[in-house]
Design a protein around this ligand. Structure first.
Ligand code: UDP
Length: 427
């Protein structure tokens, strides 16, 4: 193609500029940030449209070479829970259209992230006849199945997701489990599904000697350390890890391991800001393991390699996990991962090779696995190395960006042949 492609990413609640580790800022922020930057490096012009959630944000924020963030004024310029954003989406659409007209911009492809942005994307597709790629990051049917009445998603969610699946040009599935869900629960057309895995930055998430990482963090050298990194939400089931730790202690494993819990709304592990931290603190007291659990609060992505690196083993046992970046991050840091055998974790963690898979909601099974892992240092070392190799082979952002670009190019070419007029107005 003779000119660079121009792509509109829509990510209504997850801005690349948001701080991570809190309730609604997680993997999607990282994904949109890394994908956009890497597309930018490949010469693609990317504008990321996200809701303006603070009064002092500029309308257009230059973010990385060829990448800009466009803040869309829909609703109050303040943080809102993502489950309250749905009624604002028609306004988001209108403001986005206004901005496009004002700036005389046309895009070759619109890429929707999450279901609400997917709805905006199909609304724009109807008006602008631009091809749309959708990536859900999480699906309503899975959330409903696992959370039942605790699911606070707007009631329209699943019907809107079905509509998106029917109307968009391509849906990206991040792992075989997501692909199967799209086919089974959403009657997706297999010909319009494309499998592209998410990735990790292996320079940011790099292996360092365990003792050095522990020294940096002021952690003891002589005790086993188990690390969890991620948002502190019931569905991440950190309680399961605390219960498994208590079982190990009851069985008399010595020395007793430390459990490092990284994440939360604030940098100081405040149970008022993060209710799940309060629940976990009470549980550790109840089970007599309070002294063995350290809450670090939310940490910045560029310091996480220390927390992974300090660990003998990294654990994540959510009820469900659409993809799960943290297992990949741990693997890139050459640490074995014990993960629940759900969703994307079944795809990223190779059981017996880069770590272990255990059933979710089963502290006993996790305790057995932890004991085995902690008693085999050589195996852990081999698994850690195999994990890093697996990441470098299959889960890097340049790879994800190249695959996504190939998809955009195929759609843009097709569109150009079908509707030559759409080409002429590129800004
Ligand atoms: N994260 C972070 N600081 C923290 C906790 C988590 O930067 O204190 C990041 C973590 O490194 C990962 C993301 O938040 O990149 C969580 O993504 P994941 O896909 O594992 O889960 P999600 O939050 O999307 O459910």
């Amino acid at each position: 193609m003779g000119r660079s492609l121009r792509i509109a990413m829509i990510s209504e609640h997850a801005s690349p500029a948001a701080v991570l580790g809190s309730t609604d800022a997680g993997g999607q922020n990282v994904y949109v940030d890394e994908l956009s930057r890497h597309l930018g490096r490949l010469g693609v012009q990317v504008d990321v449209f996200t809701r303006r959630d603070a009064p002092d944000l500029p309308e257009v924020l230059p973010w990385a070479p060829n990448v800009r963030i466009v803040h869309v004024a829909a609703g109050p310029p303040a943080p809102l829970p993502k489950d309250e954003l749905w009624p604002l989406m028609p306004l988001f659409r209108d403001r986005m259209l206004e901005w496009l007209r004002r700036n005389g911009l046309r895009y070759d492809v619109i890429h929707g992230h999450f279901w609400m942005s997917g709805w905006v994307a199909i609304e724009l597709r109807r008006r602008l006849s631009v091809p749309v790629v959708q990536l859900f990051h999480a699906l309503g049917t899975t959330k409903q199945r696992h959370q039942g009445s605790a699911d606070t998603s707007p009631s329209a969610r699943i019907a809107v997701e079905r509509q998106i699946v029917r109307e968009v040009d391509r849906v990206i599935a991040q792992c075989p489990a997501e692909r199967a869900e799209l086919l089974r629960d959403y009657a997706a057309d297999a010909a319009r599904l494309v499998s592209i895995a998410a990735a990790v930055n292996p320079q940011r998430f790099r292996p360092v000697p365990r003792a050095w990482a522990r020294a940096q963090l002021g952690l003891p050298l002589e005790r086993p350390i188990i690390t969890y990194v991620g948002r502190m939400l019931p569905r991440k089931d950190v309680r399961n890890i605390v219960r498994a730790l208590a079982l190990l202690v009851r069985e008399g494993v010595a020395p007793a391991p430390l459990l490092l819990l990284v994440g939360g709304e604030t940098a100081d592990a405040d149970p008022r800001a993060t209710p799940e931290i309060g629940v976990l603190q009470r549980l550790t007291t109840e089970l007599g393991v309070r002294d063995l659990v350290r809450f670090t609060g939310k940490r910045q992505p560029d310091e996480l390699y220390l927390f992974y690196g300090a660990a003998d083993v990294v654990v994540t046992t959510p009820w469900y996990e659409p993809f799960g970046l943290t297992p990949l991050e741990a693997m890139a840091c050459a640490r074995p991962v014990i993960g629940a055998a759900v969703g994307g974790i079944r795809f990223t963690v190779r059981h017996g090779v880069t770590g272990w898979l255990v059933p979710p909601r089963d502290p006993q099974a996790l305790a057995v696995c932890l004991r085995r892992a902690l008693s085999q240092p050589d195996l852990r070392l081999r698994m850690g190395r195999a994990a890093r190799r697996r990441v470098l082979r299959a889960f890097t952002w340049p790879l994800t960006a190249r695959r996504t670009l190939a998809l955009y190019e195929a759609l843009a070419t097709h569109q150009a042949q079908a509707e030559p007029a759409a080409l002429a107005v590129n800004g």
